[in-house]
Design a protein around this ligand. Structure first.
Ligand SMILES: [Ca+2]
Length: 340
């Protein structure tokens, strides 16, 4: 296949529209580009991984570290081979300080496994910690940040309404545990079915994080079109975390290959109101969603704040009362002196 430099999802457009409508859309986009909603994308090479992966895993100057059973070939980075009980990961060495970004992942999952005997899948990470082996698709549990999982095996027995492979997202503040036996359902923010195994065409997913909105889209049908998978507003992720990807096999196995990771910086304008609402955060959270640990502490913090306000108000009243009393006494004394 010809090596075509793919652009970010926004440049490519999400879905193809009929020709007439497309013309209108082009005009709308041209007009729109002069308005306030101006968006630009830049590929950030320091957070991207592409062929032929020069120096990855061998050079100390490489931007990427590998661990576990990773195999680097000129064509792909194999996180795990199609063998039992393997795990592998590749992590960016540079923390990412971008506010708005988009990560495009070109991947391939394939194996000899007969129907339904494949697993376990792979994860894309944007987390505080890196290079830590663990039970969540080969990486550590109770992570801080974002995990996007491409889960190829249904572990939960009751699987009536859900078809696997399944893509889901999770944001954790370090206190959430990924429930492997339930395929992460208790903690997922959203997800979709994605038939991504053993395909002859290229498969892509994109994680977009713009103005605190997390969206995931897939291009897995070989039609060069993005299809929505999940869309969650109010996702607050700190800056300075690391991108990485990891995979694991158990009794069931697959080749989990990463062809490329491309990170785009998204430049987007914010209104003063948006700017006010979009303050820098230091612990990951999702609006209107109670994550254990953080919400409890913020609640007790606000209770404590109320206590302080009441306490100092009372103290102020008492103080004012004492002053008034002293002044009154002095005044009385003076008037008594005048009287005599
Ligand atoms: Ca699973």
């Amino acid at each position: 296949m010809a090596a075509v430099e793919r652009q970010s999802s926004r440049s490519r457009g999400r879905r193809k529209a009929p020709a007439g409508l497309r013309c209108l859309l082009v005009i709308a986009v041209l007009v729109g580009s002069t308005s306030t909603d101006q968006t630009e994308e830049y590929l950030k090479r320091e957070h991207s991984l592409s062929k032929p992966y020069q120096g990855v895993g061998s050079s100390s100057s490489s931007l990427w570290d590998i661990m576990g059973n990773v195999l680097i070939t000129p064509q792909y980075v194999r996180l795990t081979p199609d063998q039992q009980s393997k795990q592998g990961a590749i992590w960016n060495r540079m923390p990412c300080y971008l506010r708005d970004w988009e990560l495009q992942v070109h991947f391939k999952i394939h194996g000899q496994g007969k129907k339904n005997l494949n697993g376990d899948g792979f994860a894309i990470w944007y987390t505080k910690d890196r290079m830590q082996q663990g039970p969540v698709f080969g990486s550590k549990d109770n992570f801080l940040g974002l995990g996007l999982f491409v889960d190829t095996y249904p572990n939960e027995e009751k699987q009536h309404e859900r078809v696997f492979p399944y893509v889901s997202a999770m944001v954790s503040n370090g206190s959430l545990t990924y429930d492997h036996s339930r395929d992460g359902r208790p903690t997922e923010l959203g997800g979709c079915t994605a038939m991504v195994r053993n395909l002859n065409h290229d498969t892509f997913l994109v994680i977009r994080y713009v103005k605190r909105r997390l969206t995931v889209m897939l291009d897995i049908d070989g039609k060069q079109e993005w299809k929505d998978c999940l869309d969650v507003p109010g996702v607050r992720l700190p800056r300075g975390y690391y991108f990485g990807t990891s995979a694991v096999t158990g009794d069931l196995s697959d080749n989990h290959d990463i062809v490329s990771l491309k990170l785009y910086q998204i430049t987007v304008e914010r209104t003063p109101t948006e700017e006010k609402l979009d303050k820098e955060v230091f612990i990951p959270s999702v609006d209107n969603m109670k994550l254990p640990g953080v919400d409890d502490s913020s609640e007790s913090m606000s209770n404590f704040a109320i206590f302080l306000i009441v306490f100092f108000s009372l103290l102020g009243l008492v103080f004012a009362g004492v002053i008034l009393l002293i002044v009154y006494n002095k005044w009385q004394e003076r008037s008594r002196k005048h009287f005599y």
